[in-house]
Design a protein around this ligand. Structure first.
Ligand SMILES: N[C@@H](CCC(=O)N[C@@H](CS)C(=O)NCC(=O)O)C(=O)O
Length: 209
């Protein structure tokens, strides 16, 4: 059972579950309605964050862990390389998503988590926006001529990358100028699992054309 909010980073885990081809339940937990702060949800994830995945009564949080779990639990879906070094490179990339562009996004939208003085919120937002853009350029360069984020093979890193493309577009960044990342986004949207999840979430960052 996956707890997600439309448009949140939980999109990555949601897509990976759909890609696994295994049955699962997706539970909408609207951040906009503070459904991540209810006692029921805090009993699942006391940090009050999505995604959270419940497996046989055990809770797994953090996209990096959930995505690694999905790929490990359903190896037949081929969502992470078997080679250990290549697998760790994928995990390192996901850790960077979580500790770098995601943090800039958080600083832009929740500056109060970083400083108390409201007078400096705008400075934080501006710096976070330019640093976010640098991260987007870095992702674009990493994809380069690769078919997917990590090379020829599609992995759970790909839906995680898509989260940042969507946020970049909604933040008004010129994402279309990033040729490799834009090609990656187009390939992603062509995948049936991705289309299914975006439709189910009515994901605000990827509106219907
Ligand atoms: N590193 C965590 C980040 C989780 C996270 O911050 N999720 C956001 C949505 S993108 C959230 O639940 N925010 C609610 C809040 O910050 O109060 C992960 O990758 O799972």
């Amino acid at each position: 059972m996956l707890f997600y909010s439309p448009g949140a980073c939980s999109l990555a885990s949601h897509i990976a579950l759909e890609e696994s081809g295994r049955p699962y339940r997706a539970v909408e937990t609207l951040l906009s309605k503070n459904q991540h702060q209810t006692p029921e949800f805090l009993a699942i994830n006391p940090r009050g964050r999505v995604p959270a995945l419940v497996v046989d009564g055990n809770v797994i949080t953090e996209n990096t862990a959930i995505l690694t779990w999905i790929a490990s639990a359903f190896p037949e879906a081929g969502l992470l390389p078997e080679n250990l070094v290549e697998r760790m490179r994928c995990i390192a990339q996901m850790a960077w998503f979580s500790n770098t562009p995601h943090i800039f996004q958080r600083a832009k939208f929740r500056p109060y988590r970083f400083v108390d003085r409201e007078e400096v919120y705008d400075d934080i937002r501006a710096k976070a926006a330019s640093s976010y853009w640098e991260s987007m350029q870095e992702i674009d360069a990493l994809i380069g001529d690769n078919r997917w984020m990590m090379g020829d093979a599609y992995t759970v890193v790909d839906p995680y990358a898509l989260v940042f493309y969507g946020w970049g577009t909604s933040n008004g960044l010129p994402m279309q100028d990033l040729v490799s990342f834009t090609r990656h986004k187009t390939q992603m949207l062509e995948r049936p699992a991705v289309a299914t999840v975006i439709e189910r979430e009515r994901n605000p960052h990827f509106p219907r054309q």
